[in-house]
Design a protein around this ligand. Structure first.
Ligand SMILES: Nc1nc2c(ncn2[C@@H]2O[C@H](COP(=O)(O)OP(=O)(O)OP(=O)(O)O)[C@@H](O)[C@H]2O)c(=O)[nH]1
Length: 464
């Protein structure tokens, strides 16, 4: 690797035997006069790539501002013959790999000898421990899942330059992938992918989720998996993508972790290890979040119908009522009770009674709006919260619910259709404001009226 036979040949011979990377430069001109084989091997540069150390730093520093803020002052501080202070920084090798290095130099006559130690492995371990700690702390504090996933994605992008990552979450009920975190992918791309149904040839992630195995696509433009999405990927500047299924501790699919590249590329062993690390971290976060969700669902929902339970309904009602008073918006509630339910139970059995409760809940949800909240607050008693809804609109909704129930039936084991009906009481909040209890008791009175007037009908009671 010696470039010239000079009087410094002995020194260069010694440097050439060292396992540590070394560069010699002229103290006067700053020109690089020698690089040892270890430097070429670790960083990919050869002697002909080097002019001065200043220029080289200008090319390889990851953060351009670092040259004037850190590197230049560090270079000029040292004048004596002892070794300089150590500079820890991140460089981009000739083959575009990012490396963490510790650099120092010494003066020997008119030669400056630079020593570069590759500390990447150590740095990666430290960084990963750090991000793992941050993530576990966020999990313990029940931070939003998207925030936790963002931390993981940003860490992977930091470790692997020219990389953009995404986490998609698996929605088992619909076999779709939903956006979990992809802070550096363009919005139009995220919107197009959000909700995509998994299957063969649905990009790297859709296919990876479908096959429940890692998918590597090194050239999106030419791969059949991307046939229907390659124009979208090209618009987002994406050229390669490998995707790993994120699995729970029981092996169930939770989502996918994807690494995108801007140029066609094949993953290295290091990339596989990186995506595995990311998938494992994401799996801890998602699994914890799903467990929390399931616990909350159990605490706040009715096991038979899946509707909100009494406690959840009262809590939500308090919040919506306060909000309606603050914003001076209308709000209504409906109380509902199945007609002659005892008779249904007595004639057809408790199991059929349960089926009626479940079927009625479904029929009502189908005609309610997304913002409405329906709850089972007693055996055959239901309540419906209608935010931003005045009495006239509430009466229309109540009638729609009544008709939906009237049209619904369940079938017994002899294939006999069993119809059922319900009575409904409607009220709206008073202009002065009232408590949830008062509001519900007024709706209850209206319900009582509907029962008294012959059942299978809607009655209302004004606040006045
Ligand atoms: N199958 C089933 N029945 C229930 C459940 N909870 C309460 N019930 C029954 O609901 C019935 C309520 O009867 P009642 O209060 O007399 O009311 P009703 O027969 O609907 O009469 P009206 O309200 O006047 O129309 C009772 O037979 C309860 O056993 C449940 O979870 N499943």
């Amino acid at each position: 690797m010696r470039c010239h036979q000079t009087p410094k040949a002995n020194l260069e011979d010694i440097l050439d035997t060292l396992p540590i990377s070394a560069i010699c430069s002229d103290t006067e001109t700053g020109k690089v006069t020698h690089v040892n084989p270890s430097f070429c091997e670790h960083f990919g540069f050869v002697f002909d790539d080097m002019t001065t150390m200043e220029e080289w730093f200008g090319q390889v520093l990851i953060e351009p501002y670092e040259f004037f803020q850190r590197v230049k002052p560090w270079m000029s501080q040292h004048t004596g013959t002892r070794s300089s202070a150590t500079l820890d920084t991140t460089l981009l090798c000739k083959h575009r790999r990012q490396k963490r290095v510790s650099i120092r130099f010494t003066l020997l006559g008119d030669t400056k000898i630079w020593y570069l130690r590759d500390t990447t492995d150590h740095w990666v371990v430290e960084e990963r421990l750090k991000v793992r700690g941050v993530m576990l702390e966020m999990v313990a504090k029940s931070s939003a899942l998207s925030d936790i996933l963002n931390v993981i994605v940003l860490q992977i992008q930091k470790e692997s330059p020219q990389t953009v990552c995404s986490v998609l979450l698996f929605d088992k009920s619909e076999d779709r992938l939903r956006l979990g975190a992809a802070p550096d992918l363009p919005d139009f791309y995220n919107q197009a992918i959000d909700g995509v149904k998994i299957g063969m040839n649905v990009g790297s992630c859709g296919t990876s989720a479908y096959l429940n195995e890692r998918v590597v696509v090194d050239d999106i433009a030419a791969h059949p998996y991307w046939q229907d999405y390659k124009a979208l990927a090209a618009q987002a500047g994406l050229a390669a993508c490998w995707s790993d299924p994120i699995r729970s501790s029981k092996g169930e699919l939770l989502g996918t972790f994807a690494i995108y590249k801007m140029q066609p590329a094949r993953p290295t062993e290091g990339d596989f290890e990186l995506i595995q690390f990311a998938s494992n971290l994401a799996s801890i976060a998602i699994e914890h979040f799903r467990t929390q969700e399931a616990l909350e669902h159990m605490a706040y929902s009715d096991h038979l119908t899946g509707l909100a339970n009494r406690g959840a309904f009262f809590n939500k009602c308090d919040i919506i009522l306060k909000d309606a008073l603050d914003k001076k918006t209308p709000m209504s509630v409906i109380m509902m009770d199945i007609d002659n339910f005892k008779r249904i139970n007595d004639q057809h059995g408790h199991e059929i009674g349960d089926l009626v409760l479940q079927s009625l809940a479904k029929a009502c949800l189908a005609v309610l709006r997304r913002k409405d909240l329906m709850a089972r607050i007693g055996g055959e008693e239901f309540a419906i919260l209608l935010p931003e809804t005045d009495k006239e609109e509430a009466l229309i909704i109540a009638e729609r619910v009544r008709v939906a129930i009237e049209k619904d039936t369940v079938v017994d084991r002899h294939h006999q259709l069993i119809p059922f009906t319900a009575s409904l009481g409607v009220t709206c909040r008073s202009s002065g404001g009232c408590l949830t209890d008062k509001l519900l008791s007024r709706a209850d009175k209206a319900l009582y009226q509907a029962k008294a007037d012959g059942k299978n009908q809607v009655a209302s009671l004004d606040p006045s």
